[in-house]
Design a protein around this ligand. Structure first.
Ligand code: FAD
Length: 472
């Protein structure tokens, strides 16, 4: 089938208004970090699973590859087309319905294009909690969250997107529909197909719907902000928080002083507490099943112990929800403050929590020695052993030139250090095309061989987001 024939076939399937091939397609062609701008053959916006399946069959017949897209907030250049002009962007944006909320089963089934925040609101209105939470929640979709196995701020207690998912509906690379929306918590009937598609970043098939876990809402949620003298003290505080709060500990975020200074500089309306004079600040969240007063007592006991032991130099507990939101807003503004400051090199890494202080000290020293003046924007989900260990160009230099000349060197220094500490080069953002080469360097040949075998078995024509995650 010719490309013109394919576009005609797609118009027949989804209606002419949902096949965009002229005009400004930058919203679908440009990645969120503005690192890559591709060129799409067209953007097609199916409204049903049957339409997705028919589109995939038409593309397979024409030999045209598909880049599935949700909210296009991914950070590893995985959701936009390459520059060839021959890839189709298949946007799930219109498939955003909540299909069923089963209160007794504590599950909700939604279409893949459902915006995360809308799902949180739906759960909230029904008296439940859907705990996945990340700064892009106003525009990212459940399909994208599952395809990247997104993490966010609640992983410590509720796990990542994979842990929240009980079943999927998927359109395979052959255009067949697999309905795995069982909602079962136990199902040991062979290979776990659901887990294959979660985290596959659109390279094995298209997620069209998901059944997800709901939780009871906590009786109270309190947020505290603590200044700590070093990363080692932050890790000690994490241990104390586990002891004092148990399952109530739902968030533990660390933020380096320079990261917070960027928020203070670029968003002066956000008043950043306690960061001057302390190497790191920590944001803690306590979700209590009893009452607010119980949560507050627990927090006060924890912080008193931490002050006595010297792992906290000062701390505040939010007085009300507005203050808690403000503290979280500061944390979530770090990536945006960094973007305001200029181009930077991002690393989303994980290391065993116990080794993070040593990793940070060693890697900071290596970078400062190799590239004097580089500025380290260090923050992340310390409770999960996940750091966003980002590198900003020296203050006085040309950031674009710095990236052009040194990005590869910086990446090599950081990822070699991660490898020495037994960590992962991608904790939660995935691989996309940005980290494809790095994965090949750092994953074992045995693991890469098995990944390749899975890809070839499920997508023998290599039409599902080719050139992302694994090369065949
Ligand atoms: P897209 O960006 O559209 O796609 C991402 C990948 O998934 C692509 O490979 C795409 O092909 C594939 N895909 C999308 N939909 C489907 C589908 N239905 N079926 C199959 N494949 C599909 N991530 C975290 O883990 N934790 C964070 O704390 C976090 N914070 C973020 C903060 C900001 C400000 C931003 C911009 C991003 C952040 N992210 C974070 C990145 C995160 O991966 C995405 O925000 C989100 O999970 C992707 O959803 P999306 O709908 O935008 O997917």
């Amino acid at each position: 089938m010719s490309q013109a024939g394919l576009l005609d076939a797609l118009r027949q399937i989804v209606g002419a208004a949902q096949v965009l091939s002229d005009g400004d397609l930058s919203a679908w062609e440009q990645d969120w970090r503005k690192r890559e701008r591709g060129k799409a053959l067209a953007v097609v916006r199916p409204g049903t699973t049957a339409q997705v399946a028919a589109c995939v069959k038409a593309c397979a017949a024409a030999g045209v590859s598909i880049v599935t897209q949700g909210g296009n907030t991914g950070l590893v250049c995985g959701s936009t087309p390459d520059a060839s002009g021959r890839q189709l962007v298949l946007s799930l944006q219109r498939m955003n319905a909540v299909r069923q909320l089963d209160a007794a089963n504590l599950t909700v089934t939604v279409e893949a294009g459902c915006i995360l925040q809308n799902l949180q609101d739906t759960a909230d209105q029904a008296g439940f909690l859907f705990p996945l939470s990340l700064a892009a929640e106003g525009s990212c979709t459940i399909g994208g969250n599952l395809a990247t196995n997104a993490g966010g701020t609640q992983v410590l207690r509720y796990g990542n997107a994979r842990d929240l998912c009980l079943g999927l509906e998927v359109v395979t690379a052959q255009g067949e529909v697999w309905n795995g929306l069982s909602g079962l918590r136990k199902d040991n009937t062979g290979y776990d197909l659901r887990d294959l598609f979660i985290g596959s970043e659109g390279t094995l098939g298209i997620i069209t719907a998901a059944t997800l876990k709901l939780y009871p809402q906590p009786a109270a949620q309190l947020t505290a902000w603590a200044a700590v003298p070093s990363m080692q003290h932050a890790v000690t505080l994490l241990g104390l928080a586990h002891q004092h709060l148990g399952a109530g500990l739902t968030g533990f975020e660390v933020m380096g002083q320079f990261a917070l200074s960027l928020v203070a500089k670029n968003f002066p309306q956000l008043r950043v507490p306690l960061y001057e004079g302390s190497a790191f600040c920590v944001l803690l969240e306590n979700s209590d099943t009893e009452s607010e007063s119980h949560a507050r007592e627990q927090f006060e006991r924890l912080l008193e112990t931490a002050l006595e032991q010297g792992c906290v130099s000062d701390a505040v507990v939010a007085e009300n929800i507005a203050q808690a939101h403000q503290l979280w807003h500061i944390r979530e503004s770090i990536p945006l403050a960094q973007a305001e400051e200029g181009l930077n090199i991002k690393h989303d890494i994980s290391i065993a929590v116990s080794r993070i202080p040593e990793f940070v000290e060693a890697t900071d020293a290596i970078l400062q020695q190799a590239l004097p003046g580089v500025r380290l924007v260090n923050f992340g989900h310390l409770g999960d052993g996940n750091l966003h260990y980002n590198v900003q160009a020296p203050a006085e230099g040309d950031a674009a030139a710095f990236l052009r000349d040194h990005e590869e060197e910086v990446n090599a220094l950081v990822y070699d250090s991660v490898a020495r500490f037994g960590g992962s080069i991608s904790a939660e953002h995935g691989v996309g095309s940005l980290k494809l080469g790095k994965l090949e360097q750092h994953k074992s040949p045995v693991a890469l061989g098995m990944m390749r075998a899975v890809k070839q078995a499920l997508d023998p024509q290599n039409l599902m987001n080719p050139g992302r995650v694994i090369r065949v």
